[in-house]
Write a protein that binds this ligand. Structure first.
Ligand SMILES: C[S@@+](CC[C@H](N)C(=O)[O-])C[C@H]1O[C@@H](n2cnc3c(N)ncnc32)[C@H](O)[C@@H]1O
Length: 566
């Protein structure tokens, strides 16, 4: 039975930026969330996940603030976000120091001698260490906590990097989930502080004299539930809650996230007040308030990001990592779904692949046509691929030529006509300019089918492109658009792929994709990219004039696919 939930306006919550010194001398930027009437002595410190910023803790922080717990959520030094330092120099003990510096701030500047600590993923390991050292931590809640750093790194890299580091292997600067860090320094610091082993985690937990709750996801690709079960026994006041139907990124499943948030808030409020709270006593903030604050923080993050890569460079680099997708089952099912939603390919039809990347949809279309059609005198289907990057298009062209491989069409012509255009699809519909600026456009009613796969998220004006695609589609033509789900989690797809043990080269490009996913995530936090729920894609299509709109999920349940007819 779902308990009564009180949804309360949280417009009154104040989110105040604060700056304080880290233990390494670098400045930490944090946000303090508090509701009027909240007890000024009740605080929780929230440590972000690796590769994330305080903004990702905003929604949870507003749940807590509305229930009377003030929140201090900070960005690590030497990390992404607004605090000082270079990501190059990031280490786990450094992050432990940042957590403790946040307790220093509460003690010296706010007169708060004890506070709770909430830490997710890798931050949980640092949280366990901080709680074992610092008596000011009054309780610890670890969400999808990494408890065996060596094993998690092994799963992510498909290589026991700690063992190889100890045996003398060097990497230099390495991309760790999308961020270039000094890997030797990172590994050496983890090992010398004993943050890497399961035994180290058990020893830390055994020293914690306050309550510890671990919320562990049932389907976590990075954290072995058996490890969590093993370590929690060492905490004198420890408890474990398994989150059903959840992956490492719990928000990937909104129902699981909602349940987890409620449980976490209830736990914090109960421990802060030293009595059990029923769910019906808790309030849930209305979405409007944290959406507005989200916007403010997105702007701050964007301003803080001084070394942002431009789109062209980003995609040119990323696409080379994307190659291995052709080997991933769930991606191939996804591309097949996109093709099938576009309907039967008839002779002479014109197909537009907007944001074609490496041309994987085109490869599917060519193979599909070759399977379907016999040599015939009919005109072939013609394909036009468009993308921002030259490298992507060149790669698509080569792949398509190989796939079409001299296949017979009318009088020996290929089964599919192929053409490519390098263009910025954010400018699609722009007529040629006075200064010889070329037009970025096609005529009205040109195409029979348009595939717009995993592109809209990366545009400045996605809704505008959908309108333009409606214009260039013939009446009765079909458009398929897609987006990764908000908070999508690619870890399981990666783990399954790596478990099939393909070659070292393929695993390497899969690691590259995880790295790119990390970068894309930060760009999403900054509001540069947006992953759309199916309803938003459908609304964009409806606003542009499409009818018979249908929505599907695909790509291992990580992407939304929506189709409509002009
Ligand atoms: C995630 S990839 C998807 C590639 C392909 N459609 C697929 O589904 O496999 C995103 C693609 O969008 C392209 N892209 C991003 N911004 C673009 C823009 N403004 N104009 C044209 N293409 C863009 C990138 O170059 C990249 O090829």
């Amino acid at each position: 039975m779902t308990p009564e939930i009180q949804v309360r306006p949280s417009g009154a919550i104040t989110s105040e930026p604060v700056i304080y010194p880290g233990r390494n001398g670098k400045a930490i930027t944090a946000i303090l969330d508090h509701a009027p009437g909240g007890d000024p002595s009740r605080f929780v410190v929230m440590a972000p996940k690796y590769g994330e910023t305080k903004k990702n803790n905003l929604q949870l922080a507003y749940h807590l603030a509305l229930n009377g717990i003030n929140v201090l959520r900070f960005d690590y030094t030497n990390h992404v976000g607004e605090s000082e330092g270079d990501m190059h120099a990031f280490t786990l003990p450094g992050a432990v120091g940042d957590i403790q510096a946040s307790f220093d701030y509460l003690e010296h500047r706010r007169g708060v001698s004890q506070a709770g600590l909430v830490a997710s993923s890798l931050a949980a390991r640092m949280g366990i260490r901080a709680a074992s050292l610092d008596a000011r931590v009054s309780y610890l809640i670890a969400l999808v906590g990494v408890v065996h750093v060596q094993r998690t790194l092994h799963t992510v890299y498909q290589e026991d990097v700690i063992k190889n580091h100890l045996a003398g292997k060097t990497w230099g600067v390495n991309d760790v989930l999308g961020f270039e860090i000094d890997f030797e320094n990172f590994l050496a610091a983890a090992v010398s502080s004993r943050l890497h082993t399961l035994a180290g985690t058990c020893a830390d937990l055994a020293r914690i004299r306050v309550p510890v709750a671990m919320l562990a996801a049932q389907n976590d690709a990075w954290v072995d539930l058996a490890d969590v079960e093993r370590v929690i026994k060492w905490a004198p006041f420890g408890q474990l809650h398994a989150i059903q139907d959840a992956m490492h990124e719990v928000r990937e499943n909104p129902q699981a996230a909602e349940r987890t948030f409620r449980q976490l808030v209830r736990q914090c409020v109960s421990w802060a007040h030293d009595r059990e709270f029923a769910e019906s006593e808790l309030a849930v903030p209305d979405k409007k308030s944290y959406v507005a604050q989200n916007k403010i923080e997105r702007e701050r993050l964007r301003r803080a990001d001084t070394n942002r890569q431009n789109e062209f460079d980003f995609w040119s680099r990323y696409l080379s990592k994307y190659e291995f997708m052709a080997e991933v089952d769930v991606y191939n099912y996804y591309i097949k779904l996109v093709g099938e939603l576009l309907g039967v390919f008839r002779p002479g039809e014109l197909v537009f692949d907007a944001g074609c990347g490496n041309g994987l949809f085109g490869v599917w279309a060519i193979r599909h046509l070759l399977e379907q059609t016999q040599p015939s005198p009919d005109p072939p289907v013609a394909y036009v691929g468009a993308d921002l990057t030259h490298d992507g298009l060149l790669n698509a062209l080569q792949k398509h030529a190989r796939a079409a491989g001299g296949a017979p069409g009318p009088a020996g012509a290929p089964a599919m006509g192929l053409a490519y255009a390098q263009m910025d699809l954010d400018a699609f519909g722009r007529p040629g300019g006075a200064d010889d600026e070329p037009a970025v456009d096609f005529a009205d009613n040109t195409f029979d089918k348009i595939c717009c796969s995993l592109l809209l998220s990366y545009l400045k004006q996605p809704d505008r492109l959908v309108e333009q695609l409606h214009r260039v589609l013939r009446p009765g033509g079909r458009l398929v658009v897609s987006s990764m789900k908000p908070f999508c989690d690619l870890s399981e797809i990666y783990r399954r792929y790596a478990a099939r043990a393909p070659t070292e080269k393929e695993i390497d490009s899969a690691r590259g994709l995880l790295a790119a996913a990390g970068k894309i995530k930060v760009r999403e936090e900054q509001g540069i990219y947006t992953f759309f729920p199916a309803e938003e894609l459908a609304a964009m299509m409806a606003a542009a004039g499409f009818t018979r709109i249908e929505a599907h999920t695909s790509f291992g349940n990580q992407a939304n696919v929506v189709c409509g007819i002009k």
